[in-house]
Design a protein around this ligand. Structure first.
Ligand code: NAD
Length: 253
């Protein structure tokens, strides 16, 4: 079940965190995986091309290279991203907006464009969104907006590529225990997420990778345009809602 044997996959941002977990999970399921990451720190059990997803020529060359080497491409995961959270509108700069959107949003839009040149019927694109792309959080400014755009790009691509039998979906993680989160000294996001997430803890990268695996599989062939929260329930609702229970007369005839 959910075999990826024989599938040719590219995962961007595969040198760390969620992307690394996705690449390793795809490998375990039998896929042939190539990573694309700007970091030179690979040393992984799969090949990784060094490149910047915000640079269209580098992105296109990487996708072309993998497709040429294998004769086709089956799965593309547009995951590379930066997470400049904690910047309110008062501190927002054009430079922060431009760089955040260049990587998180343009990187996904162009990833879809160049994936679609190579994917055939049954092809899969899975993008990485974020729970903050679906709800408002203070300090989200550039980052959360860049992820909201990824969510809508997913829907746009899903309808445009459906006639070719290509599915496009988006995984929206909550707070995940990756270097991007754990590497910030005394990161206040960690205790906050633990206390506000209904399941009471951060996600592991592996738990998030499981959703990518399902959406990349043949079994997910009728799912497209889906925005899948993997967030411990943090977007399911409020943990508190102050109310006065109604008088019984409300439901008694
Ligand atoms: N960790 C979380 O809590 C969380 C929550 C929701 C969404 N996300 C999203 O998940 C994705 C992965 O995040 P992570 O937590 O694993 O982070 P991470 O920092 O551990 O890994 C991100 C990887 O992307 C690479 N990368 C960054 N910019 C790049 C670029 N321009 N071109 C190529 N590669 C680039 C980095 O080198 C790194 O290897 C991001 O899109 C992030 O926004 C993370």
């Amino acid at each position: 079940m959910f075999s990826l044997v024989g599938k040719i996959a590219i995962v961007t941002g595969a040198a760390s965190g969620i992307g690394l977990a996705v690449a390793e999970r795809f490998l375990a399921a039998g896929a042939d995986v190539t990573g694309l990451d700007r970091s030179p720190k690979f040393g992984r059990s799969f090949p990784c091309i060094q490149g910047d997803v915000a640079d269209e020529s580098q992105l296109a060359a990487a996708f072309d290279g993998v497709a040429a080497q294998h004769g086709r491409l089956d799965i593309v995961v547009n995951n590379a991203g930066i997470q400049p959270l904690g910047v309110g509108f008062a501190d927002l700069t054009p430079q922060l907006l431009e760089r955040t959107f260049a990587i998180n949003t343009h990187g996904v839009a162009l990833g879809i464009k160049h994936a679609a040149r190579h994917l055939g019927h049954g092809g899969r694109i899975v993008n990485t969104g974020s729970f903050v792309g679906t709800i408002g959080v203070p300090g989200g400014s550039a980052y959360a907006a860049s992820k909201a755009a990824v969510i809508h790009l997913t829907r746009l691509a899903a309808v445009e590529l459906a006639p070719r039998g290509i599915t496009v979906n988006c995984v929206c993680p909550g707070t995940v225990a990756t270097p991007a989160v754990l590497g910030i000294p005394n990161n206040p996001e960690i205790p906050f997420a633990e206390s506000r997430t209904p399941l009471g803890r951060l996600a592991t990268p592996g738990e998030v990778a499981a959703a990518f695996h399902f959406l990349a599989s043949d079994e997910a062939g009728y799912i497209t345009g889906a925005i899948l929260p993997v967030d411990g329930g943090i977007t399911a609702g409020w943990e508190r809602y102050d109310l006065t229970p109604p008088d019984e007369s409300i439901w008694k005839a």
